[in-house]
Write a protein of this length. Structure first.
Length: 383
């Protein structure tokens, strides 16, 4: 589905990562995909990350889920909000909200957070490191945005909510069901429910920090490094001052470091696998009994389609020479000419209808079997 009255090219040129954009009445017809009661139910589940934020006067309080069901009966009529992470993993209609935003590559998608707020409820002024599309689902919310922040921006002490010490709004809008507000990273924002039954869907886009890339890549490299792989100075020349670390030693030491970090092929494979690692591993579709390729072939020949595990992250990288590696759930699958088409299809579609050309290929069936046995894909025969 496409958003109406929304020009992707103009958005990417003028707004993405640059400035907020309000898209009024963006859906041809808007249906709120999950009820407040269903959302409260998710917040009671132990494997789902949720937070309840209450405000009493100027004091904010955060309770982490899972919440006891009785907690909802104790809440005041005003000034609280419930936030549920990754609701798209549990509710297909919430996952469907991502579809119109596929003009941003999948590898950048984080998840869909859903919030419910009573009148006056919200999380206070803050900024995120993420791009976010805030879809108003039910009721009304006032959104205020301000000027870009950075790590020097003063924050309230000890705030779990990472709230700003000062917030000067420069623009504000009241969103109604079906409206969308895009907010770029580090643009401070404050959403306050106006009236009851305010629901907002946040489609978040992650971007790795340099610190995270360096730390996690180096951790991975370290696992494959050998203690015998050391600096050596055979042919050492006498130097005039024994206190100097000579340029030649620095050169060799620096090369020891950079030749590992600079290896693009190693980096590509690491990044693909790293980026496809699940944020929430609980959604386990691993079958009790793994299937053999022959069984997978028969199930597909009977018309079953492939369903992606909503918690799995799929992507592919094209290497020089055009070969492709598929990544899912932290694993790398190097594709052949026969399996590349399937890999590309899985990465671009939630549901893959497997045609006879694909089922005729043993390599393709073997790849499907591997992904099925890992719990990344299900075989859906409609039952
Ligand atoms: C909310 O939905 O209440 C908060 C979303 C956000 O500010 O990022
Ligand atoms: Co935010």
């Amino acid at each position: 589905m496409q958003l109406q009255d929304f020009d992707i090219d103009v958005f990417l040129r003028d707004h993405w990562q640059k400035k907020p954009m309000l898209i009024k009445n963006a859906w041809p017809s808007w249906d709120n995909p999950i009820t407040p009661d269903e959302l409260a139910g998710l917040a009671c589940e132990p494997q789902i990350e949720s937070r309840l934020i209450t405000k009493t006067g100027e004091a904010w309080n955060v309770e982490n889920g899972p919440l006891p069901e009785a907690r909802f009966g104790e809440l005041e009529a005003k000034d609280w909000a419930l936030l549920v992470q990754a609701a798209d993993h549990y509710v297909p209609a919430v996952a469907a909200l991502i579809e119109p935003f596929r003009f941003i590559p999948n590898w950048r998608i984080d998840d869909v957070m859903v919030s419910y707020a009573a009148d006056g409820g919200g999380v206070g002024p803050h900024y995120d490191q993420y791009d976010v599309f805030l879809i108003q689902g039910l009721g009304k919310r006032r959104w205020q945005v301000g000027e870009i922040c950075n790590s020097d921006t003063p924050m309230l002490p000890n705030s779990d909510l990472r709230q700003l010490a000062e917030f000067q709004p420069t623009q504000e809008w009241i969103l109604e069901p079906g409206d969308i507000l895009y907010v770029p990273p580090r643009i401070p924002h404050n959403g306050t429910a106006i009236g009851d039954d305010c629901m907002t869907y946040s489609i978040g886009f992650r971007a790795p920090s340099r610190a995270e890339l360096i730390a996690d890549y180096c951790d991975d490299l370290l696992e494959h490094l050998d203690d015998d792989d050391r600096y050596s100075d055979t042919g050492l020349k006498l130097q005039s001052n024994p206190g100097e670390i000579p340029a030649a030693a620095i050169e060799q030491l620096h090369t020891m470091l950079t030749e590992k970090i600079n290896d693009r092929e190693t980096f590509v494979r690491w990044f693909g696998a790293y980026n496809s690692t699940r944020k929430y591993p609980d959604m386990d579709w691993t079958p009790e009994e793994p299937l053999q390729s022959g069984q997978v072939h028969n199930i597909l020949a009977n018309g079953a389609c492939l369903l992606r595990n909503p918690a799995s992250r799929f992507s592919f990288i094209r290497h020089e020479g055009n070969s492709v590696s598929l990544f899912a759930d932290g694993d790398c699958y190097d594709c052949t000419d026969e399996t590349t088409a399937l890999a590309e299809q899985i990465c671009s579609q939630e549901i893959v209808y497997v045609d006879s050309e694909l089922t005729a290929s043993q390599q393709t069936i073997a790849l499907i079997a591997k992904l099925y046995n890992k719990g990344s894909l299900a075989l859906d025969d409609g039952e």
